[in-house]
Design a protein around this ligand. Structure first.
Ligand code: UD2
Ligand code: MN
Length: 582
């Protein structure tokens, strides 16, 4: 019993989808199930009269991804940059263009020259336009936060959403102005956006930083799904439905588009290589890594196949709103910029979700060499502090790798602030361990818990350091002797169980001390490329002392002690049994 069309009633019922099933019930009794396209008021009235309650449930049918693109026949096909082609600065405007670069750290002059609603090529892999998505996709709120964004670029971002998204799926577009200083981002922006009822602008009263600015937007969102975007993007045709389809499939899937490149120099829209995963290297630097060709071949991975990612880039993704709040959103203690992509990625994976790149969804982004806005505090310190918060909450024992690779972080004595709530949250959500994450989600990351281990052999004498009744001796090496086994940690301790090798008195006698990561007198420099003297690479250097002091064997007594370092003295050269990293 198909019923044709009605929209206004959908609204009174608080439903956004044009096609639903009407389930007619009387008390608990099911009377009838109808497929209704809710555009026909009369039909709806009839239904309402004939039953006590009208309940609407999912229409589980599917349709081909909609090719919504209001820019397909552009008003001005000859305009610069049209169709995503490169634009050029006229000769007599070179100076001006150069001058304006710093307004956004990209070619602002050209951005202003090209249409705010330009057309771009459909860069989706073959097959994407034939894919099916469900009729009852969840709705989404677009959240775009910005600080001092370039006018034309911000507008182009908004127009690309409006022009290339099925409007029934967009509940609203929330622009969060993170306390911009530019005048045009106040009244003029508000005025301009009046023509688009779906666009709301939230002007923050103080600088929140992108993390808390996104959260301010999320608090207002009414859609089922949150879709975050940067404020200098161009959404390509068919970008939205494939993202929402994944979230509909499983509300714990976090869906990211392929991020394409809008050239900072000529504003051209460029596609990127397929098969890229979001990854990180120590100390938590985000990067892209191509899936190796042999893996693609062996597993017959297609260009349109979804790619699971250890981490996301950060800027562009769709997440179920309820799930985002269940996860405790972002750590609101993260400041300004950076690290939040690591946090949300670890949180999602370790607490039951998944992060995916959806190749049929493509969004261009202007990558810039430097942030075009100011940081309230030192930029580097801000990012390091954010990352350290993430490491402290999510990395478990692996946080030593983070600090070991960013060793200066420890020396700086970073104040990461209060973490109790974040740690509580992780417990409450019963999230898995970082070890689980490494083994299951990112097995190709090298993450040895220690830098070196095993015997500590003296090169000149081929004898080994040995623990004897809680003191240290020097004996014939024997790989099966447990008393000769040590770990050299990322934090530069030489550990034997819970005890650490140390110089125990002023004479330089060697002994064991209870380990303590904060005790600098327990730290030895060894085989570290970043060490202060490369010729001492094979030495074990006590780094807390003014004068480099090295572990050595006293030739006559064959005992251990520390002494002034001497690069050519083989009695000061040591080798561990195994090395796991540089
Ligand atoms: C990437 C992400 C970005 C974010 C960042 C790490 C992409 C494409 N971009 O760097 O979204 O995850 O890594 O934190 O994945 N903004 C504010 N307030 C601020 C600072 C920035 O609102 O205090 C806005 C800014 O205007 C922009 C967005 O936040 O729209 C992201 O900043 P970005 O473009 O400088 O970051 P990006 O792309 O270098
Ligand atoms: Mn950006």
């Amino acid at each position: 019993e198909d019923v044709p069309n009605v929209n206004s009633v959908t609204k009174t019922l608080g439903l956004n989808d044009p096609t639903k099933q009407a389930i007619l019930t009387e008390g608990p009794e099911l009377i009838k199930v109808l497929n209704v396209s809710l555009a026909d008021k009369d039909q709806l009235r009839k239904i309402n009269r004939s039953s006590k309650t009208v309940r609407f449930t999912r229409d589980t049918g599917m349709h081909k991804v909609l090719t919504v693109d209001a820019t397909l026949s552009p008003r001005d096909p000859k305009a610069p940059g049209q169709f995503g082609h490169p634009a050029a600065v006229p000769d007599d405007k070179q100076e001006e263009a150069k001058h304006r670069w710093k307004e956004g750290n990209f070619n602002v002059y050209l951005s202003d020259l090209i249409p705010v609603d330009r057309a771009i090529d459909d860069t989706r892999p073959a097959g994407c336009s034939d894919q099916l998505v469900h009729n009852d996709l969840p709705t989404t709120t677009i959240i775009m936060c910005f600080v001092d964004e370039v006018w034309s670029t911000l507008l182009r971002s908004v127009h690309s959403v409006l022009n290339r998204s099925p409007s029934h799926l967009i509940t609203e577009i929330i622009l969060v102005d993170d306390f911009s200083t530019k005048e045009y981002l106040k009244d003029s922006l508000d005025k301009y956006m009046l023509q688009f009822p779906k666009v709301q602008i939230l002007h923050l009263k103080e600088r929140h930083g992108l993390i808390r600015a996104r959260l301010a937007g999320a608090e207002l969102a009414k859609g089922d799904v949150l879709t975050f975007l940067d404020s200098h993007v161009e959404c390509n045709v068919g970008w939205l439905e494939p993202l929402l389809e994944r979230v509909r499939l499983n509300r714990k899937k976090v869906a990211c588009p392929v991020i394409e490149v809008i050239s900072d120099k000529d504003m051209s829209y460029m596609t990127v290589d397929n098969f890229q995963r979001g990854i990180f290297t120590w100390p938590m630097n985000f990067g892209w890594r191509q899936i190796p060709p042999e893996v693609i071949e062996k597993n017959k991975i297609k260009e349109t196949d979804i790619i699971r990612c250890p981490v996301m880039a950060g800027g562009l993704f769709s997440i179920d709103k309820k799930y985002f709040f269940e996860l405790g959103t972002y750590d609101p203690g993260l400041d300004v910029w950076g690290g939040e992509n690591m946090e949300i990625s670890f949180k999602v994976w370790m607490c039951g979700g998944e992060i995916e790149i959806i190749p049929c969804s493509r969004v261009g982004h202007i990558f810039r060499n430097d942030n075009p806005y100011s940081f309230p505090k030192d930029r580097i310190k801000t990012v390091e502090r954010n990352l350290a918060r993430v490491a402290e909450v999510w990395l478990d024992e692996y946080k030593e790798l983070f600090y070991g690779h960013g060793y200066h972080l420890i020396q700086k004595n970073l104040d990461v602030g209060d973490l109790t709530q974040q740690i509580e949250l992780r417990k409450k959500l019963r999230c898995k361990s970082f070890k689980w994450y490494l083994e299951n989600i990112y097995p190709d990351l090298e993450a040895p818990l220690v830098k070196a281990s095993g015997l500590i052999v003296n090169i000149a004498m081929a004898r080994c350091i040995t623990v004897e009744n809680s003191t240290l001796a020097f004996e014939t090496c024997n790989v099966s002797n447990k008393n000769q086994k040590f770990n050299y940690t990322w934090l530069r301790l030489i550990k034997h169980g819970d005890f650490c090798v140390a110089a125990v008195d002023a004479k330089g006698t060697l002994g064991l001390y209870p380990c303590d990561n904060r005790n600098n007198s327990l730290k030895w420099l060894h085989k570290s490329l970043v060490a202060f003297q490369t010729e001492l690479m094979d030495h074990l250097v006590l780094e807390h002392l003014q004068q480099p002091t090295c572990l050595e064997v006293d030739r006559s007594h064959k005992t251990l002690r520390v002494n002034a370092c001497d690069a050519s003295n083989p009695y000061q050269k040591w080798q561990f049994g195994n090395y796991y990293a540089e």
